[in-house]
Design a binder for this molecule. Structure first.
Ligand SMILES: NC(=O)c1ccc[n+]([C@@H]2O[C@H](COP(=O)([O-])OP(=O)(O)OC[C@H]3O[C@@H](n4cnc5c(N)ncnc54)[C@H](OP(=O)(O)O)[C@@H]3O)[C@@H](O)[C@H]2O)c1
Length: 430
C-alpha cells in the first residue's frame, strides 16, 4: 500500500478531531483511500501547550518551513483559521505543489478567488467541505449530487452558536444574555462571540454555498446581515403565539430580478422542518428545479463532525476521484450576476411597537402603512400601562423599501415610545 505523508496546520478543536479520526478510523481511511496515511508534522503556535490529544512532541513544530520545504509531505490541512497567516500558508503549500484542505470559511469567502486561481495554476487540489455546515456534506451535495438541477433557493441554519441561543430562549424562556452565557459555558460560543451573534459567520458560509448553488461570484458585501442580539423573550413569546419559531436564517434565492441574499433572524412556521432544528445543530434546505425540496441536517461544528469533513476531503484527494471542478468551481471563472437590492426584497413582517394609549393611535399607524403599500394581516394589543401599550402587527407581503419608509414615518408619531422590533417572516411559499 502506498504511504502518504500529510501535515496539519493547527491542533485546536478541528485539528484535534482530525488527529483522533486518523487514529480511531485508521483501517477505514486505508481501505477507502488505498493509502497508508501518516501525519508527519503538525504546526502549532505553542509546542508546550496542554493538548486534547497525545501527539508525539517531535511531531509538533512552530516552523512552517518544516512542512513547506519537506517534499515528502503531499497534503496540508489548514486548520488555523482567520486570514493571517492562514492565507500565506495555503498559498505557500500550493506553490510547493502540495494539495490543500481547509475548514476556513472566512478566508474562502473573502479571498477564495485568489486561492482557487493559485490551486489551478499549481495544478493542486483545494478542498473545503468543512468550511460550511461542519460535518454536513453540503459542498459535495451541491457540486456532485445536485448538478442536474437549477438551484432556485437555499436556506440554512448555518450557525450552531446562535441556534443554541435561540433554542434556549424558545424552549427554556431564557433571555439572550443568559442563553449566551450558557453557550459559552458549554463550549458552543467563543470568548468573543461577535462573529456568530452578529451574523458574520453565516454570511461567510452563505457566500460560499450561494456562489456554488447559483454559479455566480458572490462576495460577503453582496449579503445583507443582521444578528440576533436584539431578539427578546417577548418576541419569542409572540412568535410562538402566532405559530412561528425564530431562527437565524441564511437565505439565497434566485428571483426574476436578481439573486436575493440575506442573513437575519426570521420567523418561520412551526410546521416547517427548519423550525425543528434545535440546539447547536445546523440544517440546509435546498429547492432544486428537478429534485424539488430537500434538507440536510447534522452537526455544524465540533472536533469530530468537522474533522470528519476534513478527513473525507483528504481521502478524496488520495483516491484522486475528486474531479478538478469540485475544487475550482468556487469563484474562479464565475460570472457576476445581478444581486437584488435589499429594498426590493419581499417579505411578511412582524412589527412590535411600544405606544402611548391615546385615541387614534391605530388609525395613524395603519394610515402610514397603507400609504406605503404595506397591508396589515393581524394586529394585537397588550396593555402594560396607559403609557406603554404593545402593538404587534403582522403584515401581508410587502417590499422592504416600503416597510422601511413606513417605519421612518411611524417613528415620528408623537404616540410612539419605540419601535421595539421588526422581524421578517418566511412562509416558504405556503
Ligand atoms: N471549531 C469548529 O467546530 C469549527 C467548525 C467548522 C469550521 N471551523 C474552522 O476550522 C478552523 C479552525 O478552527 P478551530 O476551532 O479548530 O480553531 P482553534 O481551536 O482556535 O485552533 C487553532 C489552531 O491553530 C494554531 N495556530 C493559530 N495561529 C497560528 C500560527 N500563527 N501559527 C501556527 N499555528 C497557529 C493554534 O495553535 P496553538 O494550539 O499552539 O495555540 C491552534 O492549534 C477555523 O477556520 C474555523 O473557522 C471550526
Amino acid at each position: 500500500m502506498e504511504k502518504v505523508k500529510i501535515a496539519l496546520l493547527g491542533l485546536g478543536n478541528v485539528g484535534s478531531g482530525v488527529w483522533k479520526i486518523f487514529n480511531t478510523n485508521k483501517n477505514e481511511v486505508s481501505r477507502r483511500s488505498g493509502c497508508e496515511v501518516e501525519i508527519a508534522k503538525v504546526l502549532v503556535r505553542d509546542k508546550f501547550k496542554q493538548r486534547k490529544v497525545d501527539v508525539p512532541p517531535d511531531m509538533l513544530t512552530t516552523n512552517p518551513d518544516d512542512i513547506f520545504k519537506d517534499e515528502s509531505i503531499k497534503i496540508v490541512a489548514e486548520l488555523i483559521g482567520g486570514i493571517d497567516p492562514a492565507k500565506e500558508y495555503i498559498l505557500r503549500a500550493m506553490r510547493s505543489k502540495k494539495h490543500v484542505v481547509t475548514a476556513n470559511k472566512m478566508l474562502l469567502a473573502t479571498s477564495g478567488e485568489e486561492l482557487f486561481k493559485t490551486a489551478e495554476e499549481e495544478d493542486v487540489y483545494f478542498y473545503y467541505e468543512a468550511s460550511v455546515g461542519g460535518g454536513i456534506p453540503i459542498i459535495r451535495e451541491i457540486n456532485e449530487s445536485l448538478t442536474a438541477n437549477k438551484i432556485m433557493e437555499i436556506v440554512g441554519i448555518l450557525n450552531g452558536t446562535t441556534n443554541y441561543i435561540l433554542s434556549k430562549m424558545s424552549k427554556e424562556h431564557m433571555d439572550f444574555k443568559a442563553a449566551l452565557d450558557e453557550a459559552k459555558e458549554k463550549g458552543y460560543a467563543e470568548a468573543d462571540p461577535t462573529s456568530d451573534i452578529e451574523g458574520y459567520d453565516p454570511v461567510y458560509k452563505l457566500a460560499i454555498i450561494a456562489s456554488l448553488s447559483f454559479g455566480a461570484k458572490i462576495t460577503v458585501d453582496d449579503i445583507y446581515r443582521e444578528g440576533i442580539t436584539k431578539i427578546t423573550p417577548l418576541d419569542i413569546k409572540y412568535a410562538c403565539k402566532f405559530g412561528y419559531t425564530i431562527k437565524l436564517l441564511s437565505i439565497g434565492k434566485v428571483c426574476p430580478d436578481g439573486i436575493e441574499l440575506r442573513v437575519h433572524p426570521t420567523m418561520i412556521p412551526k410546521a416547517h422542518p427548519l423550525s425543528n432544528v434545535n440546539d447547536s445543530f445546523n440544517a440546509i434546505y435546498i429547492n432544486g428545479n428537478a429534485v424539488g425540496e430537500l434538507m440536510l441536517y447534522g452537526k455544524g461544528a465540533g472536533d469530530l463532525p468537522t474533522g470528519s469533513a476534513v478527513v473525507s476531503d483528504i481521502i478524496s484527494i488520495l483516491r484522486n476521484n475528486g474531479s478538478q471542478y469540485i475544487c475550482t468551481s468556487l469563484k474562479n471563472h464565475m460570472p457576476h450576476k445581478k444581486i437584488k437590492p435589499l429594498k426590493e426584497n419581499i417579505s411578511q413582517y412582524y412589527i412590535r411597537l411600544s405606544v402611548i394609549d391615546m385615541p387614534g393611535v391605530l388609525g395613524e399607524i395603519s394610515t402610514i402603512l397603507g400609504r406605503n403599500n404595506v397591508s396589515i394581516l393581524t394586529v394585537t394589543q397588550d396593555v402594560k400601562s396607559k403609557h406603554d401599550v404593545s402593538l404587534i402587527f403582522i403584515t401581508h407581503e410587502a417590499k422592504e423599501g416600503d416597510m422601511q419608509k413606513s417605519i421612518d414615518n411611524i417613528k415620528k408619531l408623537t404616540c410612539i415610545n419605540k419601535v421595539e422590533s421588526i422581524i421578517r417572516i418566511e412562509n416558504f411559499n405556503e
